[in-house]
Design a protein around this ligand. Structure first.
Ligand SMILES: NC(=O)c1ccc[n+]([C@@H]2O[C@H](COP(=O)([O-])OP(=O)(O)OC[C@H]3O[C@@H](n4cnc5c(N)ncnc54)[C@H](O)[C@@H]3O)[C@@H](O)[C@H]2O)c1
Length: 275
């Protein structure tokens, strides 16, 4: 269903790799709601992914940018304003990657070059994106910037590895930069803490199937899907949430406030009985 919530709004969407990507679903929903945008991803992802199909479907242009490169981000912001014919109303940062996770290196045996790379891609890139927008005065008043997080920023999920620290850093950057963006430009900055979701990045985490099933059974509303996340993001881009800022907002079916559910307790008791 479409509500025309984003009619006349223009934005930049980072991180659509394939149809499972949360950013892909968000781009489709923004398009349905009347928003226009530029799609961007790392140059290497352009070759591996299917972003051309999304661009065609949504009538968007693609500008490659490594989100860790200030030069690429400068080019992206300048060209996006040219293409869209003015300043930006919304930005989605949907980027995450840990080399330690990818290569199966446990938290207690990090390769710190990889750790640094993951921090740069997953968290510092958010600062770089916002600093580039801020310095270029590229955001319209009452614009909205959203990044995607996970609750390993607050609670321990051992196999989430160094991504937990990256998400804690990401959420802190949202608050810190959100202050300056709010005070100086009336722009809001938030993170959405999303349920585990079957995407390329999600499935890189060890034991992901167990992870996702457990979260689903712990959550009174079940796991939020990528489409649920897209829908929530649309509301944060719309004028209906103008004074929501500096927040980490849970889109997780209630998981973050649960201790235990009857389903999980029953499964645990049954497994104890079998011993
Ligand atoms: N999938 C989950 O379970 C889950 C849960 C909570 C939060 N998230 C977060 O959602 C966001 C999107 O991930 P997703 O699950 O849709 O997976 P995804 O793999 O589809 O998206 C990750 C994107 O990051 C991009 N990327 C990686 N390095 C980059 C770089 N240097 N410059 C620009 N882009 C780069 C990739 O090309 C890819 O498009 C991430 O921040 C992720 O941590 C995912």
């Amino acid at each position: 269903m479409s509500y025309n919530l984003l009619k006349g709004k223009k934005g930049i969407i980072f991180g659509a790799l394939d149809p499972n990507s949360i950013a892909w679903k968000t781009a489709e929903r923004v398009h349905e709601e009347g928003g226009e945008f530029v799609l961007t991803n790392a140059p290497i992802a352009m070759r591996m992914g299917q972003i051309d199909a999304l661009a065609e479907k949504t009538g968007s242009q693609i500008i490659p940018a490594d989100a860790t490169s200030i030069e690429d981000l400068e080019n992206l912001v300048t060209k996006s304003m040219e293409i869209l014919g003015g300043k930006i109303d919304f930005v989605l940062h949907s980027i995450g990657m840990s080399v330690n996770v990818r290569k199966g290196r446990p938290y207690t045996d990090q390769n710190y070059d990889w750790t640094q790379k993951g921090t740069d891609v997953s968290a510092m890139s958010f600062h770089k994106v916002m600093q580039t927008l801020y310095k270029n005065d590229a955001m319209n008043e009452w614009g909205s910037i959203v990044a995607l997080s996970y609750m390993a920023a607050q609670r321990v999920f051992p196999d989430y590895n160094d991504m937990a620290d990256n998400k804690a850093y990401l959420e802190s950057i949202a608050r810190s930069f959100g202050f300056f963006f709010g005070r100086d430009k009336n722009v809001r900055v938030n993170t959405i803490s999303q349920s585990p979701t079957p995407t390329t990045a999600g499935q890189g985490v060890k034991g992901f199937d167990g992870f996702i099933a457990y979260a689903d059974k712990m959550s009174p509303l079940g796991n939020a899907t990528a489409l649920d996340c897209a829908n929530y993001t649309i509301t944060l881009f719309s004028d209906l949430t103008k004074r929501v800022t500096l927040q980490n907002l849970y889109n997780d079916g209630g998981f973050s406030n649960m201790g235990v559910s009857d389903y999980v307790m029953d499964a645990f008791v049954d497994s104890q009985d079998e011993k």
